[in-house]
Design a protein around this ligand. Structure first.
Ligand code: ADP
Ligand code: ASP
Ligand code: MG
Length: 596
């Protein structure tokens, strides 16, 4: 008998009529011969309302009590859904996170799942019941109630689908699938029939709130096929599956996070270990940093910039204030009026072409780019907050995301692949069942014979980045990583990129022409560098990965020249002579998480 997990989000159970409709969907699936597990979110905006209530009581609620409070939202809806199923003549049992044996760690409001006990669920299913499980919540070792983070019911659903070895996991929500960008922000966004785990993971982590990013980590590890579809219509929706099934378009989606903040530590002594102290302090608070850029300035001082979610800015600044003094840095600055616009695509091999197209689109929309970071499957730009939607629209249009790529698979082809049992590679055999959400790495690799080029004193105005990467592209140079940082000095910034060592001379030549054309301060570049990459799943959400990387390299006195992060890889650019040492060190440090 097939097993289906059906997850209903808040809007899908917002009132009694919708609760009945959800109940009917589950009953229908059961009558078609499936075992059915429902995962339900809090009704409508209930979680928000509970948060407001807490805020009225006081500004600093204890984290434990917050989770106690928020978990009640889901408890209300599972009971009502189970009642509705009874009313409609079938049998259901509602269960809290604790009752489904959803064991988590104790990090309230961001708890990670350790294990799930499927015994009770299976017993109820054997008895012909529909199991209605509360999303978003679990319990820790001391039976405290924990929550998984906003949007966490998706993760409950996919995790249950994984451990129950469900045949499918249906996510019912208020949109009829995954779109090329949030359709609420851009009406021209297009629904995609299929998207890869990697792309969805990256998009979710960069702002596509349709799926909780951690749910995709589970899906990828265990090969759970996810079907995102509407609660209110019978449209086919979107399948989230492995790479080989998706299209070859270089960019498959765009995302925007409106509420970002940039933090810069100015004048950091440029010796190994200083960045480490910055990032380890933040990671300890489990704050995810993104867009990490380090600019080596004059006089052996570096400026270290990164972004955090705006709501984490206050904690980040408070955490860093003592660190800034301790490491002998000059100052701490921030900007909380910034947004992050990103493009994602698993086939983004030719970074330069994608990058220059994105930067040109932003320039034409008169958007100034504050910071740039890239990884193997995404490019992010930090832009002024009041231009964020314009920026997103410009980028969406530039990559023609509103048009279906010619080789995109249709629904019938996807179904045929599925029916033919297309092999899905999973990591499941390597995972420990008492550490389901533990960091999972797939490898540590070194690419040698790289070179870095840096342009200093890059005018801080729209169009410069576009010009640079168009010229570099026109010279036939293929660029790998790109970073543009924030500089303490007003009005200019610096841009670095990496190329194959063979391309260093021509790159320097073009860079010098660009520098001259825009009256930049200078160009610096050199070979003999290597990229060390840690690959895996959920690397940004596991906040300690970047810290461990810095820590290991610092312990070996290895200086990190550039860093690129994504959910799939963290890459550090270092001196070639240190590459082997770095790899050995990282393999030792990450031994536990490295798949055997
Ligand atoms: P639920 O309560 O069902 O979990 P969410 O509000 O968490 O629903 O997620 C659905 C919302 O995600 C949509 O209404 C849409 O505005 C937003 N969204 C953001 N990015 C995307 C995207 N790329 N595709 C579809 N929806 C998106
Ligand atoms: N109710 C929780 C929230 O609003 C969890 C969820 O809906 O996924 O974030
Ligand atoms: Mg959601």
């Amino acid at each position: 008998m097939s097993l289906i997990v059906q997850k209903f989000g808040g809007t899908s159970v917002a009132d009694v009529e919708k609760i009945r409709a959800a109940a009917r969907k589950a009953i229908r699936a059961q009558r078609q011969g499936n075992r059915v597990v429902m995962v339900v979110s809090a009704m409508g905006k209930n979680t928000d309302r509970l948060l407001e209530l807490a805020a009225e009581v006081g500004p600093n609620p204890p984290a434990r009590e917050m989770d106690m409070l928020l978990s009640t939202g889901e408890q209300v809806s599972v009971a009502l859904v189970a009642m509705a199923i009874h009313e409609l003549g079938s049998e259901a049992v509602s269960l809290t996170g604790g009752q489904i044996g959803m064991q988590t760690d104790s990090s309230f409001s961001k708890a990670r799942i350790r294990s799930i006990n499927t015994e009770r669920i299976n017993r109820l299913l054997d008895d012909g019941k529909i199991v209605v499980a509360a999303g978003f919540q679990g319990i820790d070792n001391d039976l405290n109630i924990t929550t998984l983070g906003r949007g966490g019911s998706d993760t409950t659903a996919v995790a249950l689908a994984a451990v129950l070895k469900a045949d499918s996991c249906e996510i019912y929500t208020d949109v009829d699938g995954v779109y090329t960008t949030d359709p609420r922000l851009l009406p021209e966004a297009r629904r995609v029939d299929v998207i890869s785990y990697d792309e969805m993971l990256e998009l979710a982590s960069l702002g596509a709130s349709v799926m909780h990013n951690r749910s995709i980590e589970f899906a990828k590890k265990f090969g759970v096929p996810i079907h995102v579809r509407s609660s209110f219509s019978d449209t086919e929706g979107t399948m989230i599956v492995t790479e080989q099934e998706s299209s070859s378009a270089p960019v498959s989606g765009a995302a925007m996070t409106p509420d970002e903040a940039r933090v810069t530590v100015l004048g950091v002594p440029d010796v190994p270990g200083k960045s480490l102290q910055i990032f380890s302090a933040i990671a300890e608070k489990k704050i995810a940093v993104d867009m990490v850029v380090q600019n080596v300035g004059d006089g052996g001082k570096a400026d270290v910039s990164f972004t955090v979610q705006r709501k984490e800015l206050a904690t980040t600044l408070a955490t860093l204030a003592p660190v800034v003094d301790a490491i002998g840095a000059e100052a701490l600055t921030h900007d909380d009026q910034v947004s992050k616009v990103s493009v994602v695509g698993a086939n983004m091999v030719q970074q330069a072409a994608v990058a220059s197209r994105m930067f040109r689109a932003l320039a034409q929309a008169d958007v100034n780019i504050h910071m740039i970071t890239t990884s193997e499957i995404k490019i992010s730009a930090l832009v002024p907050r009041d231009q964020a939607i314009d920026a997103l629209r410009a980028v969406h249009t530039a990559f023609s995301l509103h048009e279906k790529p010619s080789d995109a698979k249709s629904w019938s082809e996807i179904k045929a692949d599925r029916a033919a049992g297309v092999e899905v590679e999973t990591l499941v055999s390597r995972l420990r069942d008492d550490a389901l959400e533990a960091l999972t790495l797939t490898g540590i690799s070194v690419v040698e014979d790289q070179a870095r080029v840096t342009l200093f004193g890059v005018p801080d105005r729209p169009g410069i980045a576009a010009d640079m990467f168009e010229k570099i592209g026109a010279a036939g140079i293929s660029v790998d990583m790109i970073v543009q940082g924030y500089n303490g000095e007003e009005g200019s910034t610096s841009v670095s990129f990496t190329v194959d060592e063979d391309a260093l001379e021509p790159s320097l030549k073009v860079a010098k022409q660009i520098a001259a054309a825009h009256a930049m301060r200078g160009v610096q570049g050199g070979g003999n560098i290597a990229k060390v990459t840690v690959s895996g799943i959920g690397l940004r959400s596991h906040t300690h990965v970047a810290t461990l990387l810095f820590e290991t390299l610092a312990a070996d006195e290895i200086n990190v020249q550039m860093i690129g992060t994504s959910e799939l890889q963290v890459t550090a650019v270092i001196d070639s002579e240190a590459a082997v040492r770095a790899k050995i060190g990282l393999e030792r440090v990450f031994a536990e998480s490295l798949a055997k």
